[in-house]
Design a protein around this ligand. Structure first.
Ligand code: 0RA
Length: 645
């Protein structure tokens, strides 16, 4: 296992430093123990193992470039320009090179005292010998001491001959090239996925500033060829994450601090949205469950912002402290730590357990972020103002919720006047049609089945971006009517067992206003009635785009694709196609057929992921930044199609 961390300062590193534990049989017997699984994630783990070694060379200060190539014959080649694995004879194994030992023994690790590699091991950081064990063939090439050395392995790690210097190294080059072909008798499938590789390589490039990582997919003639190199490191990572959003200010705050066996790097920036997006890493491995490093960061961030706000009198003596959640609204942050012997805990082993890292991150944040705030008062002020708004919204939302609760308790059924309810009292067969505009609402009322279908008209654009804050949203009459109609409360008090309809359907036009309303409603359900979305009770009606006549029968075609298909299947069709307009302009029968009649209409059931996307779309869609909106729509068009943005 060759893991590096803190830059190596001097010290030699040769074959005598390598200790050996055991051969490779255990790896083939229980691959899951070493790479997690034999599914796609385990397969790709092979690439990460080799790349991690190269990254370690980079962190030790000896490697500036890594090339990852997916070969046409199914292999994968990882080439670096590091020092090259040592080629000299191993002192404990007469006649065998250090490189051979590295590739054929498990846990062959460097023990390098104080000045060697200090940081070791990710979750499966078991090294390149495991890759060898799980490959039908592996070719090792080392450029070192002016020579090009080659050694091949077959059948899960059997060396074919000895490491040999076959010629000179290319001018001045040093480095290691590992090419391997995963064993199909071990893995469920052996085809690498380009996007999986590319995404991971990009993150590695962000986390190792200045390191150039190139990717080529030779399996596909017009396959991807990508270079990642970020001299700004995680600062660029934060910019990248915020690029589809409107940042609160241009600057990205960043700081780092190191101690002898651990170091931390943080970059952060707020956007105008409401989501907290903190990504943390330990030794380059994503810690999605958080852990000590995140804890330390959050605690200190809350502290720094409150201290600053008090010192500048933005928070008065009588005011309560800002809560962590207020401060983290719209925050994008990267926390990257490196440490020896990381402890990965939690359900998915992605929670960092090392306690000492918490105080390092906390101290670094307390000191250096406070400094950054002092040096950037304009930005600091904006961050505080945003947190103050969030705190006010939090308090107001609480009050509004209490109010709604009390109201519904007093009013008994308390159904809103605008609701045209259905007569059935069995929620399982009832549906609520939320219809944009009064005229469409009127038609919907006439076209519905009065026993099972209720109609709630919602007028115009209900809200705009500022008002999208929940406190304002809850004061809105239309939203209050909606809450009362559904009848199951709100937020923490929402009780999905009390819902009055098992289908809550938004019926909005396919124009800009319609998409705004749809997006807002889904956002509202996502934030305030999550169980409604989780239970699959939320739907979007999808009126078709075209109609045409077949004999006397009017048939509807969802979209251009459906129209093409229809034409292909009915080459003799002569009648015109009608382009259907918005709900408001549809005639009675059209409206009935396409959105009301359960036997004919198409409904899209909204998943939690889709509602979450709507939530994200919300701020951007409602904003005035046309450029940003265009960018977002371009990058998310496919996933957000159901919103009609
Ligand atoms: C052991 C010792 C040294 C480097 C490496 C291993 C090494 C391993 C890999 C795997 C992929 N790329 C790699 N690059 C280097 C240090 C050699 C020295 O002290 O010169």
């Amino acid at each position: 296992m060759w893991r590096a961390g803190l830059p190596k300062r001097g010290g030699t590193y040769d074959a005598s430093a390598i200790t050996v534990l055991e051969g490779l049989e255990p790896v083939r017997l229980r691959p899951g123990m070493y790479i997690g699984s034999t599914g796609p994630s385990g397969l790709h783990q092979l690439i990460w193992e080799v790349v991690d070694n190269a990254v370690d060379e980079a962190m030790a200060g000896y490697c500036t470039r890594i090339d990852v190539t997916l070969l046409a014959d199914g292999g994968c080649r990882v080439q670096d320009n590091g020092r090259g694995i040592p080629v000299d004879p191993h002192p404990n194994f007469p006649g065998r090179s250090a490189a051979e030992i590295v590739l054929t023994t498990l846990h062959a690790g460097g023990k390098f005292g104080g000045d060697g590699y200090k940081v070791s091991g990710g979750l499966h950081g078991v090294g390149v010998s495991v890759v060898n064990a799980l490959s039908t063939r592996l070719k090792l090439e080392i450029d070192r001491d002016g020579k090009h050395h080659v050694l091949e392995f077959k059948d899960g790690g059997e060396p074919v001959g000895k490491l040999e210097a076959v010629g000179p190294a290319p001018r001045g080059r040093t480095g290691t090239t590992v090419t391997f072909w995963p064993d199909p008798s071990i893995f469920e499938e052996v085809e690498f996925r380009a996007t999986t590789v590319v995404e991971r390589l990009q993150i590695m490039a962000f986390l190792n500033r200045g390191l150039e990582i190139r990717f080529v997919d030779e399996r596909d003639p017009d396959g991807q060829r990508i270079t990642f190199k970020y001299n700004g490191g995680i600062v660029e990572f934060v910019k990248h994450l915020n690029s589809a959003r409107e940042s609160l200010f241009r600057k990205v705050a960043s700081y780092e601090q190191a101690e002898d066996t651990m170091e931390v790097e943080v970059a952060l920036q707020w956007n105008t949205g409401f989501h907290e997006s903190i990504h943390s890493f330990a030794n380059g491995i994503s810690t999605t469950e958080g852990g000590m490093h995140e804890e330390g960061f959050k605690k200190a961030l809350t502290n720094v912002v409150n201290r600053y706000a008090r010192a500048k009198n933005l928070l008065k003596d009588k005011d309560d402290n800002l809560l962590g959640e207020d401060i983290r609204e719209g925050l994008t942050a990267i926390i990257s730590v490196r440490l020896t012997d990381p402890q990965f805990e939690g359900q998915t082993k992605t929670k960092l357990g090392n306690v000492p890292i918490r105080s390092l991150v906390e101290r670094a944040t307390n000191e250096k972020l406070a400094e950054w705030f002092e040096e950037n008062p304009r930005e600091a002020n904006q961050a505080v103002q945003k947190a103050l708004l969030a705190a006010r919204a939090r308090v107001a939302a609480r009050q509004a919720r209490d109010l709604t609760r009390r109201k519904s308790a007093l009013d008994g059924a308390g159904l809103p006047g605008k609701l045209v309810d259905c007569s059935s009292r069995d929620p399982r067969e009832c549906e609520l049609l939320i219809v944009e505009g009064n005229s469409a609402g009127g038609s919907a009322k006439d076209a519905r089945d009065p026993r099972t279908q209720a109609v709630l008209p919602i007028r115009g654009k209900i809200l705009n971006v500022e008002k999208a804050r929940i406190d304002k949203m809850l004061k809105n009459a239309e939203i209050q009517a909606l809450i009362a109609a559904i009848g199951a409360g709100l937020a923490d008090d929402f009780d999905v067992d009390k819902i009055r309809y098992h289908k809550v359907i938004t019926l909005a036009d396919a124009d800009v206003d319609g998409s705004h309303i749809r997006t807002l409603l889904l956002t509202f359900f996502f934030r305030q009635m999550k169980a409604l979305v989780e239970g699959g009770f939320v739907y979007v009606a999808q009126p078709p785009l075209y109609s045409t006549l077949v004999g006397k029968e009017k048939i509807y075609l969802r979209d251009d694709a459906a129209k093409e298909r229809f034409l292909a299947e009915n080459p003799n069709h002569k009648a015109d196609f009608q382009r259907l307009k918005g709900l408001g302009e549809m005639d009675f029968d059209e409206l009935k057929d396409t959105t009301i009649d359960p036997a004919k209409r198409t409904l899209l059931q909204i998943s939690v992921e889709q509602a979450a996307l709507a939530d994200e779309v919300c701020a951007i869609l409602m904003g005035d930044d046309v450029e940003q909106r265009r960018h977002f729509i371009q990058t998310n068009a496919k996933d957000a199609r159901f919103l009609d943005i």
